[in-house]
Design a protein around this ligand. Structure first.
Ligand SMILES: CC(C)[C@H](C(=O)O)[C@@H](O)C(=O)O
Ligand code: SF4
Length: 467
């Protein structure tokens, strides 16, 4: 019978059916970070248990790491967390990409970069943006600390199965429209809760043409649309990306691995629980106006009028009901995160920042998603372009995406951010305000000093014509 990738991976990893109807699912790869693992290891110690498959478990630190003087924790709590993950990994035999390894970074950047993230497998991580790894054709989902304990101890999870919604985007994106706009557009259309109970299969010619980085950007935000996981079927680009990566299969096992990976792709005649079809030509640069990722609109549009549904968000964001979002003054520009903190993101923004200056009064910071990203950016001189434009170029970590480190908004500062969440207080100040957008839109906002249409700031049409 024809099956989706989701069903194939699920079936291949099913250990058994539990009495309550859930499935006991084998977890191929477990990624851990400093925030959600300490209590899980603590519980393991209390129960006198070992990590079942340490060779399937990989750790990094990302959330609490300062982006200036990375190795100097900001406070005793941060120091404790760093010590805890280090000693837990030592004690339990888990591979740990620490600050000195040259491989540290945001867990969702590190997995793919190291070739740990592979097609046809199940991946779990105590982090809601684990769906990022679905870009490689893995079924990857975020779990809580108690489940982190379960995976550490048993390498399995008790899971309820999901329905599958295929979201097809077809055609070429207009100039100045990026993967970030695609993912925000999908969330706007289907709602922040629209994906509850679903896995999202992203497909169509737009996804076929996307790079792995672009696929990661979209999958990363599946959870912001309520979907537990999101994935793209693996193809030649997937295999090409993984080839030669440290943890990818070796040369002599390569062909066999690729054949196995291919076999997990959804069958052409697979049936879906739901189908959504979007025309790429209908997508424009998209930004958020409110306090949920589905509070999104095209940058050319006006924010909604004030009513029972919009009042809280409009008031929090201090926006005039019905006014254009374009022109909204910003205080901070943040470029980074597991959504848009990869080499291709900085490379693309640098193209437009070159020779331009950040507006007076705007604090602009650029934070590579990993130490490897930082090195690659330096090799291309991207860090210099950002610095010459007036950005602070920082060291790798989650930084102001969540502000569990010293990078925080102050008071009601408004931040143009390439990250994935615009919840109240998300960026470190209880009254701080976030507007989500693509990296190139962050660059445009930084230069203009207000929310801007990057197509006007940088005249993409002309550039497209010249190219
Ligand atoms: C700290 C962590 C548990 C959290 C998550 O689960 O996603 C964080 O990464 C986030 O983005 O809010
Ligand atoms: S970059 Fe942001 S979204 Fe990603 S893991 Fe870190 S805090 Fe979470």
């Amino acid at each position: 019978m024809a099956k989706t990738l989701y069903q194939k991976v699920w079936d291949a990893h099913t250990v058994g059916k539990l009495g309550d109807g859930r499935t006991q699912l084998f977890i191929g790869t477990h990624l851990i970070h400093e925030v959600t693992s300490p209590q899980a290891f603590g519980m393991l110690r209390d129960l006198n248990l070992k990590v079942k498959y340490p060779q399937r478990t990989f750790a990094t630190i990302d959330h609490i790491v300062p982006t200036e003087n990375q190795d100097q924790p900001a406070d005793p709590l941060a120091a404790d967390m760093i010590n805890a993950i280090r000693s837990n990994c030592d004690d339990f035999g888990v591979t740990y990409f620490d600050l000195k390894s040259g491989k540290q970074g945001i867990v969702h950047v590190v997995g793919p970069e190291q070739g740990i993230t592979q097609p046809g497998t199940t991946i779990a991580c105590g982090d809601s943006h684990t769906a990022t790894h679905g870009a490689f054709g893995a079924i990857a989902f975020g779990i809580g600390t108690t489940q982190v304990r379960d995976v550490l101890a048993t390498q399995t999870l008790a899971m309820e199965s999901l329905k599958v919604r295929r979201i097809e985007v077809n055609g070429e994106l207009p100039p100045g429209v990026y993967a970030k706009d695609v993912t925000l557009h999908i969330i706007k259309l289907l709602g922040a809760k629209g994906g509850i109970g679903y896995a999202y299969e992203y497909a169509g010619s737009t996804f076929d043409n996307f790079t792995m980085e672009e696929r990661m950007t979209v999958c990363n935000m599946a959870i912001e649309g309520g979907a537990r996981c999101g994935y793209v079927n693996p193809d030649e680009k997937t295999f090409e990306f993984l080839k030669g990566k440290p943890y990818a299969p070796s040369e002599d096992q390569w062909d066999e691995a690729v054949a196995r990976w291919k076999s997990f792709a959804s069958d052409p005649d697979a049936e879906y629980d739901d189908l959504v079809v979007i025309d790429a030509a209908d997508i424009a640069p998209t930004v958020t106006w409110g306090i949920s990722p589905d509070h999104a609109l095209f940058v050319s549009e006006n924010v909604p009028d004030r009513n029972g549904e919009t009042a809280e968000a409009l008031d929090y964001m201090k926006l005039e009901p019905g006014s254009p979002i374009k022109g909204t003054k910003i205080d901070v520009a943040f470029m980074g995160s597991c959504t848009n903190g990869r080499l291709s993101d900085f490379r693309e923004a640098a193209k437009y920042l070159k020779g331009r200056k950040v507006a007076a009064g705007v604090k602009a910071i650029a934070v590579p998603g990993s130490q490897i990203t930082a090195v690659l950016c330096k090799q291309e001189g991207i860090d210099k372009i950002f610095e010459e434009a007036g950005f602070e170029w920082r060291e790798a970590g989650c930084s102001m995406c969540l502000a569990m480190n010293p990078d925080k908004l102050v008071g009601d500062q408004l931040c143009a951010s390439s990250s994935n969440r615009n919840f109240k207080g998300r960026q470190g100040s209880p009254v701080g305000r976030t507007i989500l957008m693509s990296p190139v839109m962050v660059a445009a906002a930084a230069i203009e000093g207000h929310v801007a249409d990057a197509r006007e700031t940088f005249s993409f049409q002309e550039q497209a014509a010249v190219a």
